[in-house]
Ligand binder design. Structure first.
Ligand code: IPE
Ligand code: IPE
Ligand code: MG
Ligand code: MG
Length: 324
């Protein structure tokens, strides 16, 4: 069951139709018969929930370019499996106890089990993508995973460093989050045999949406009821967009920030102007999303489904106010 379909609050018949499609994407996996625990862990802790936002973007883009429905569901699943694999591994890196309102595998079982579960998902992705016979897409998805790992590694290198390097943070977000979102735009374009300049334009839209999505995620790291533990980034000694913006606007808070940076249970002083900082970041993220929707408007192709383009715009705009 997909539990959180926040992005469908907009009144729209076609979005409602897509909403009904999303839960139909079967994400469950069946590992080796002699080891049911591996699939049980993945199916129960990760693959039965989540917003399925990447699948949604992929479905709308596929609609926009009239991609064949058979291919669409298989690739929507593959994209969500890649996403889940990176989350399973990310939770090990972040020592995260909760994800999608459930215990993480590292918390429930062990880091070693979680590493193997994540690897298993990537193997599943390779197998299913290869089965589709599209080497170009297998190559593209390998590039996505490569970017994702580089982004995560760059972030790891900054762990414990009280830095305020905004441009580096944008690059990390583009790589670790923007890369997969990029493919939710470019793979439908590839399946529809769009020309290279249009594919390039779509990739840039996807990366922009991904960066905006990560900025919102960093804001949500300071909130409750997200299905994840709150304050994870500070506890891990990891600067994020919020703490970087806080330092840039209020350099006098550096010593106070150092005190909670990497603390097991960081107590954020009430006096910190976090609401202002988050508001500013939200506005920045919305500006990025607006740029993305403007670029979506400029995509030229004879066969664009204009209704789908409209829904894509709506969904991207909605991201600016996400609460989960
Ligand atoms: C969380 O992604 C990880 C990031 C890239 C920020 P989502 O917020 O889409 O997580 P789920 O899939 O809904 O759990
Ligand atoms: C990691 O970013 C995003 C990935 C690409 C896996 P975060 O560490 O901020 O993601 P959450 O907050 O744990 O979901
Ligand atoms: Mg994390
Ligand atoms: Mg986060």
């Amino acid at each position: 069951m997909v539990t959180n379909l926040w992005f469908f609050k907009a009144k729209s018949e076609s979005l409602e139709k897509l909403k009904r499609e999303l839960p139909k994407i079967n994400l469950s996996i069946h590992a080796h018969q002699s080891l049911p625990e591996l699939s049980d862990l993945l199916n129960s802790q990760y693959l039965s929930s989540g917003k399925r936002f990447r699948a949604l973007l992929f479905l709308i883009n596929s609609n926009m370019f009239h991609t064949s429905p058979d291919e669409v569901l298989a690739f929507a699943r593959i994209l969500e499996l890649i996403h889940s694999a990176t989350l399973v591994h990310d939770d090990v890196m972040d020592q995260a106890p909760r994800r999608r309102d459930k215990d993480t595998i590292n918390h429930l079982k062990s880091n070693s089990a979680a590493i193997l579960c994540g690897d298993f998902l990537i193997a599943q992705v390779m197998k299913e993508t290869a089965a589709g016979g599209r080497l170009d897409i297998l190559k593209e998805l390998s590039g996505v995973v490569e970017d994702l790992v580089v982004g995560q590694y760059m972030e790891l290198e900054s762990q414990g460093v009280l830095h305020q390097n905004w441009d580096r943070q944008i690059e990390i977000a583009r790589l670790k989050t923007g890369s997969l979102v990029r493919s939710c735009f470019s793979i439908p374009g590839r399946l529809a045999s769009l020309d290279l300049p249009t594919l390039k334009a779509l990739e840039l839209v996807g990366e922009k949406v991904g960066v905006a999505f990560q900025i919102q995620d960093d804001i949500l790291d300071f909130s409750q009821n997200t299905g994840k533990a709150s304050g994870q980034d500070l506890a891990q000694g990891m600067m994020n967009f919020v703490s970087i913006q806080l330092l840039r606007d209020y350099p006098q808070l550096k010593d106070e920030l150092r005190e909670v940076f990497g603390a097991e249970h960081p107590e954020i002083p009430q006096a910190w102007p976090l609401p202002e900082v988050c508001l500013k970041l939200r506005a920045y993220s919305k500006a990025l999303l607006r740029e993305a929707t403007d670029q979506v408007e400029r995509i030229q192709d004879r066969a664009v489904n204009e209704e789908a383009r409209k829904y894509l715009r709506q969904v991207i705009e909605k991201l600016g106010d996400r609460t989960k």
